[in-house]
Write a new protein. Structure first.
Length: 152
């Protein structure tokens, strides 16, 4: 039975949930968890990838082990929000490796950036040298994370 999210059924949903939690799971183990035999499970997995439901697999790194304990969210207000300005900002922000996420926001500011650095001093440099000099930046406001309760 298909749901409101396209032509995927309960087995497809279970496959998506399972590989989202463990992208390294074998097809054999996946088929057991989903309740399908190996061949149809593998075919469904390949179809879900081909149709764009699964866009990739990645390793989740431990930021603390890498010395990247400091997380801040920067609210960014632009001087211009026409298409050309937004494209220019988007292209430039992609080049800043400390920016882990960038979201255009509807609200009192234009973008929300998640920035990960070793410490507050490095964050201050990233903010002052890189983010503030991005195209069309009018102002920024920072929220520093005290504790991460849940991260993707």
């Amino acid at each position: 039975m298909a749901d409101n999210f396209g032509e995927i059924d309960q087995f497809d949903r279970k496959i998506l949930e399972t590989v989202a939690a463990d992208g390294r799971i074998s097809v054999t183990d996946l088929s057991e968890r989903v309740g399908l035999s190996k061949t149809p499970c593998k075919a469904r997995l390949q179809r879900l990838m081909a149709e764009g439901y699964i866009v990739g697999f990645r390793a989740v790194l431990n930021p603390a082990k890498l010395g990247l304990d400091h997380v801040a969210f920067a609210e960014v207000k632009l001087t211009d929000t026409r298409d050309a300005a937004l494209r220019s900002f988007n292209e430039a922000v992609l080049k800043i490796r400390e920016v882990e996420e960038c979201h255009m926001i509807a609200g009192r500011f234009d973008y929300l950036l998640k920035i990960r650095t070793p410490d507050i001093r490095r964050y201050r440099l990233v903010l002052g040298e890189k983010i503030s000099s991005l195209p069309f930046v009018a102002s920024t406001s920072t929220n520093v994370v005290m504790e991460s309760v849940k991260e993707a």
